[in-house]
Design a protein around this ligand. Structure first.
Ligand SMILES: Cc1ncc(COP(=O)(O)O)c(C=O)c1O
Length: 420
């Protein structure tokens, strides 16, 4: 696979400069820089965009079909229905499953808003389950405790404390590696509840299931991916895709994507305008062949950080991102969508790094159960302690393809300085 251009600096130089003495410490290190993907990528993107501007088929059509086909080949199975965003893909999936008032859907509070937001928008109840404090993702044990605490009605239907029917579990693969899908799957099967994967951040990752290697996004019957520009595969604007294993579900999703129409102006069901622009599909198709190379570069950057943090003697102060499946031998067990460290004094460290012009960001500062819009659910601080702790301690550092060894060293040097 093609990869972005070579890095500056000899591989070992990353560990050699002295903390605090770096000559260009005030030159910004961006959190993310899309301009560094290389001229080959730029050229492919420009060509794709110009092609669409040339034929003027701006919405859906052959460009979208071609991208969907390439994506299913890349994934190795399933059906891909490209949409206007990852959020819209999730909403379309929930609509296709006819989830709505009277239903409840389980997900985690430490994540981007979209997942819980879509559940709410269908009229269903959002039921939160805490995360594993080490992996940031759905804790199968918490899921078991939650489901075990619920009661079944006369007809054997599992109900939330508010009386809503438990329909679905949405585990969220966060930051680039998968949830413990075997364990979550076991609990879900025990209680007879279906799973929908939030694969927004994880295109290209593999999961070492007990039953063999699986592809993220194809572990559950349905999933969705985001192509927001900062994602590992990013569009030139908003875009996303719903993925499913079942052909009939794919047909349903195609209708829902286009206001429930098959034949123009005849509406079988109520859908939405979740159509993807052809220009986005063409650009994504042009970038797709580069994805594995970018993911490998992100993994190499993570390895560089690990060595540099270790060399700087910071491993007892900074918790590096977990790699729960590193021992699986799978190359793509992690695609490092984000490089999220944990530190107890996160806000002070962030202020220090910001002053040094080191790009960093908090994903995510307020867990969803404490968001104002979900106050009606009646949660309070302490309800989901692992999520609340993660929101207080997590800090994302630059990991994008094109980040230089020198920049990575400056990130680590600055963190070392912050602790001096
Ligand atoms: C975990 C997660 N879920 C859902 C989404 C929603 O995707 P989009 O921004 O494409 O609507 C995102 C995007 O940031 C995400 O990170």
């Amino acid at each position: 696979m093609r990869q972005p251009g070579p890095k500056t600096g000899a591989p070992n130089s990353v560990l050699s400069s002295k903390p605090g003495n770096h000559p260009i410490l005030k030159v910004p290190v961006p959190l993310f820089d899309l301009s560094r993907l290389g001229s080959e990528v730029d050229e492919a993107v420009r060509e794709a965009a110009l092609r669409v501007l040339g034929h003027r088929g701006f919405v859906l059509g052959a460009e979208v079909e071609a991208f969907e086909k390439d994506l299913t080949v890349y994934l190795g199975d399933g059906h891909a229905v490209a949409m206007s965003s990852g959020t819209d893909a999730q909403l379309a999936l929930l609509m296709a499953m006819e989830i709505g008032a009277g239903d409840a859907v389980i997900s985690t509070p430490y994540t981007f808003f979209a997942t819980a937001g879509c559940i709410h928008r269908t009229g269903a109840e959002v039921l939160f389950c805490d995360i594993d404090p080490e992996t940031f993702m759905m804790d199968p044990e918490c899921l078991r405790v939650l489901l075990s605490s619920l009661t079944r009605d006369d007809r054997g239907v599992l109900r939330s404390p508010r009386g809503n029917r438990i329909r679905l579990i949405i585990p969220i693969h966060l930051f680039g590696t998968c949830c413990d899908m075997d364990a979550i799957g076991e609990v879900a099967a025990e209680f007879g509840i279906e799973i929908l994967e939030d694969a927004a951040q994880i295109l290209g990752a593999k999961y070492p299931s007990k039953s063999g290697t699986q592809t993220a996004g194809l572990i559950a019957p349905t999933s969705y991916v985001s192509f927001y520009p900062s994602k590992n595969l990013g569009a030139a604007g908003d875009a996303g895709v719903a993925i499913c294993l079942d052909g009939e579900m794919a047909e349903k999703l195609r209708r829902i994507r286009n206001h429930g129409m098959e034949q123009r102006y005849y509406h079988k069901v109520v859908g939405g305008n979740f159509r993807i622009d052809a220009i986005q599909a063409a650009i994504l198709r042009a970038k797709l062949p580069f994805l594995d190379g970018w993911n490998a570069t992100r993994r190499a950057n993570a390895a560089t950080y690990r060595a540099a943090f270790s060399k700087a003697g910071l491993l007892d102060r900074v918790t590096l991102p977990p790699e729960p499946f590193a021992s699986s031998g799978l190359r793509d067990h992690h695609i490092y969508h984000q490089y999220v460290i944990r530190v107890p004094n996160r806000d002070a460290l962030m202020a220090f790094l910001t002053d040094k012009k080191i790009g960093c960001a908090i994903y995510y500062p307020v867990p969803l159960h404490l968001q104002e819009c979900f106050a009606y659910l009646g949660h309070k601080p302490g309800d989901f302690p692992a999520s609340e702790q993660a929101a207080k301690e997590s800090l994302a550092l630059p990991i994008f393809p094109g980040l230089t060894l020198d920049e990575q060293q400056r990130v680590v040097d600055s963190i070392k300085q912050a602790f001096e």
